[in-house]
Design a protein around this ligand. Sequence first.
Ligand SMILES: NC(=O)c1ccc[n+]([C@@H]2O[C@H](COP(=O)([O-])OP(=O)(O)OC[C@H]3O[C@@H](n4cnc5c(N)ncnc54)[C@H](OP(=O)(O)O)[C@@H]3O)[C@@H](O)[C@H]2O)c1
Length: 209
Amino acid sequence: MKIGIIGTGNVGGAIARGLRGKGHSVTLGARDLDGAEVQRLAQQADAVLALPDVAARGAEIVVLALPWGVAEAAVAALGDLTGKIVVDCMNPIGRGPAGLQLLVGHSTSGGEIVQSWLPGARVVKTLNQVGAEMMADNHHLAHRPVMFMAGDDAEAKGAVGQMLTDMGFEALDAGGIALSRLLEPLGLVWINQALVRGKGRNWAFAAIS
Ligand SMILES: NC(=O)c1ccc[n+]([C@@H]2O[C@H](COP(=O)([O-])OP(=O)(O)OC[C@H]3O[C@@H](n4cnc5c(N)ncnc54)[C@H](OP(=O)(O)O)[C@@H]3O)[C@@H](O)[C@H]2O)c1
């Protein structure tokens, strides 16, 4: 598939690395095409570099790997995404009195809000449930890690599921986009374990039987 990754930080970079050599055509959407780091990433991931709107225009799957606080304006600047599959990896989190917390939920979610910004696009919430490192490479784990998806379009989830499989995950369909209400708290469980409770970042959820 033609995949445009908007945001080339921890998550965007890890997804690009995880997709290297898997038969996809990856374009990194970056604001500064001359930056040394993004150029190095493009080389490592065997990806093309473009401005964010150009990367989105040419893509079948547009991956949003942006900080939640800038997402609405950044998504609006991408142009018309009608008909495209949009992967929302973002966790709407910020610091509150009790540390990191969800900024939206539990009666709505970031995934539903992104879908409301893009009514003509097919949004799939996923890749928000583990740390970026697990997206770049998870083959050393004892079990195949699971990655849930939430979205209203079955065909979109089929395509994204294949992308997740290519990245080493067991892709599981959680249900419609409203199920993002459960997947975003799950992302926070991972963050809390990794960063607050001392488990570190080298682990993921698995669905074993
Ligand atoms: N880090 C994790 O392990 C992890 C795991 C799962 C989900 N997430 C979620 O994934 C999202 C990204 O996290 P991250 O850790 O990758 O963040 P990050 O390292 O800070 O990267 C954010 C990227 O967004 C770009 N960006 C910022 N404003 C932009 C705009 N207006 N237009 C286009 N690009 C813009 C930045 O570009 P510049 O370099 O030009 O500033 C940067 O490449 C967050 O919502 C986070 O909750 C993170």
